[in-house]
Design a protein. Structure first.
Length: 131
């Protein structure tokens, strides 16, 4: 018998997880969480260091690469992180396969749409396009 072989069903699946790919998904969630914490700290620190929080100051801040690029990363990562978290909830609590697929597709469209609108708004500010 080689390493990993077992005569019991539990021994055959040990180390694989229920779906055989949960480890990678879990690691992505953890890395995304750490990145979200770092970007959230950056956002709060940046806002606290600004001289004021009026529209002109925020617009100037978002027009600089040090404001716009991390903000774009924050927007993208927050929508990805939120989508992944909601997909886990749907997969855990929606038991009918058709409803689960429909919910996951609706979540995907909502996340892509929301991120698109947020990035479009950020691009308009960053590139100085008038309203």
């Amino acid at each position: 018998m080689s390493i990993g072989d077992s005569s019991t069903p539990l021994g055959k699946v040990r180390g694989l997880g229920a779906a055989r790919s949960g480890g990678g998904h879990w690691m992505n969630e953890q890395i995304g969480s750490v990145a979200m914490v770092l970007l959230s700290v950056w956002l709060l620190a940046s806002l606290l260091w600004l001289p004021s929080l009026d529209l002109r100051t925020l617009t100037e801040w978002l027009r600089s690469p040090l404001g716009a690029v991390p903000m774009a990363l924050f927007v993208i990562l927050s929508f990805i992180h939120g989508l992944e978290g909601l997909k886990v909830v749907v997969d855990d609590y929606v038991h009918d396969e058709g409803n689960r697929v429909a919910c996951n597709i609706a979540l995907l469209f909502a996340a892509v749409g929301g991120a698109s609108f947020a990035l479009f708004a950020l691009a308009r500010i960053a590139f100085g396009v008038p309203a």
